[in-house]
Design a protein. Structure first.
Length: 254
């Protein structure tokens, strides 16, 4: 099943690596805390480096400026025995790999695709700063939803921007952002190149609002005073209304 998913991306044959990655490399990276190491030990059954997209095997030039360097894009598949810590696993894998990464976490019945922007740490140029995780949600191998099928088709390598490798990865991240919202809006609709910035800003704002709702909901669970509970519910509703308005706006823009 996983091989079919990888083939459907349409990556160049010359970029195939298909090599095992040992868990100790992640432990030695220094990017994992105790909870990460526990998830790696208990939930991860196999890690494979599947593709390395480089100028020499894609015909697409590398990219470098003062903030970002993209000499290659790695494609890694992680097989897990349980989904409960899949997001944690995805986050530490992205932190541990020092270049742009297309990560596919999978089990026996489905898979989850993620990416994360990376930039140079200006305080220490030997280190990287990993951005917010962008993820597709779980996709069933045999019965993906209509919006998920549209997303996967849009992620084919020949449909991604190709001016340089950073543009390839940015295009992939944009698709992940939209896929992450597709369950909420009921459809997958990638924006035009003209509307991409507007959509990206709207979806980033939505993600911020969702984090605020999560924090407010945690407060609500602990609150026993009726007046404060009403105030918290009002704040949560205001943010949900804002998300609905943003979704309507970016869907129209796209």
């Amino acid at each position: 099943m996983m091989e079919r998913v990888l083939n459907d991306f349409g990556f160049p044959t010359r970029s195939r690596v298909s090599r095992a990655v040992f868990k100790k490399l992640f432990i030695e990276s220094g990017a994992l805390d105790a909870a990460d190491r526990k998830a790696l030990s208990e939930d991860v059954s196999r890690i494979r480096w599947e593709y390395a997209l480089k100028p020499g095997n894609t015909g697409i030039p590398a990219f470098e400026d003062e903030d970002r360097v993209c000499l290659e894009i790695a494609v890694i598949a992680v097989e897990v025995t349980a989904r409960k810590r899949a997001e944690r696993i995805a986050k530490f894998v992205h932190r541990a790999i020092p270049y742009p990464l297309i990560l596919v976490v999978h089990d026996e019945t489905g898979f989850h695709i993620s990416g994360a922007g990376k930039r140079i740490n200006r305080a220490d140029k030997a280190k990287w700063v990993t951005g917010e995780l962008q993820a597709s949600g779980w996709i069933d191998f045999d019965k993906p939803a209509e919006a998920q099928r549209a997303f996967l088709e849009d992620c084919r390598f020949d449909r991604l921007p190709a001016s340089n490798l950073q543009a390839v990865y940015d295009g992939f991240l944009m698709r992940l952002m939209v896929a992450g919202a597709s369950d909420r809006v009921g459809a997958y609709k990638r924006p035009s190149s003209k509307g991409a910035l507007v959509v990206s800003e709207a979806l980033c704002e939505v993600q911020t609002l969702e984090l605020e709702i999560e924090a407010l909901s945690a407060q609500l669970k602990k609150q026993t005073q009726m007046g404060k509970r009403i105030a918290l519910n009002t704040e949560i509703k205001a943010r949900k209304d804002k998300i609905a308005a943003l979704d309507a706006a970016w869907m129209q823009e796209g």
